[in-house]
Design a protein around this ligand. Structure first.
Ligand code: ZN
Length: 254
């Protein structure tokens, strides 16, 4: 029974994520205004706006103009549901679950906005920094999370390390390799998981980024200097860090 509840919750927040991914890069608010078809501008009724079900029922097309709806909407709803289920499975009904739901949903939104638009909206990273810092004052917090001193150091460390990479890259190559959005995202991760997470997340995300560009380098469709959005790799690196936290601890401290 509670699994069905988690699935419904994931579907609803997944469709909220879709709204954010569509509207935030355009500087539009996410709470005001109803959803409409991006093609024919017709308002979407509530029964055509039910996560997953409406998409399948309408066969992935707008009811009014029959224009194909991007399968990205369905994909993001499904990812959100899976994300919610995994978090619920791991942590049950706890504050830790609530925190990870907030982080997971924010990660999904940032991932797809950066992938498409090469930007990470400040509203998302600032929100994560604030939640990440405030939660570290809770004395009964899951030991995955750091105390507030560690959290603050992590936030500053995360920002400065990417800032300095950008700075030195600019000196050498006379152009920007990464954006300050990446610095703010890593800072948010520092606030959430403490300073120790930063080198791991940088290492893991660089490895994933390198692995992912190898195929296109081999096909020569991209040169080494083509711009790639780095935010999605930071997020994947952070997820790997969270999942294998115990292994790193054993590796480092025996
Ligand atoms: Zn339409």
């Amino acid at each position: 029974m509670d699994l069905i509840f988690v699935i419904i919750l994931g579907g609803l927040w997944g469709s909220f994520a879709n709204v954010c991914i569509y509207r935030l890069p355009k500087g539009k608010g996410v709470v005001s205004g109803r959803s409409f078809c991006p093609n024919c501008k017709k308002l979407i009724t509530w029964k055509d706006n039910i996560p997953i079900i409406s998409f399948l029922f309408l066969n992935g097309k707008c009811r009014n103009c029959k224009k194909k709806i991007s399968p990205q909407y369905l994909l993001i709803e499904l990812i959100t549901i899976v994300c919610f289920l995994v978090i619920y499975y791991l942590f049950g009904i706890t504050i830790t679950t609530l925190l990870f739901l907030i982080l997971g949903l924010s990660f999904i939104i940032i991932f797809f906005i950066d992938l498409k638009h090469y930007i990470i909206p400040n509203v998302l990273t600032f929100f994560l920094m604030i939640v990440g810092f405030i939660k570290s004052f809770d004395p009964n917090l899951n030991p995955i999370f750091p105390n507030y001193v560690n959290s603050l150091i992590g936030g500053i460390f995360g920002y400065l390390i990417i800032w300095s990479i950008i700075y030195f890259y600019k000196q050498i190559r006379k152009k920007e390799g990464m954006g300050l959005g990446d610095a703010k995202l890593l800072s948010a991760i520092g606030f959430w998981f403490g300073w120790i997470s930063i080198p791991f997340v940088i290492f893991l995300s660089s490895v994933i980024a390198l692995l992912s560009v190898i195929p296109s380098l081999l096909k020569k469709s991209k040169s080494m200097s083509s711009q790639i959005p780095f935010g999605p790799f930071i997020i994947l690196g952070c997820i790997l860090y969270i999942f294998f936290l115990e292994q790193y601890k054993n590796l480092l401290f025996g």
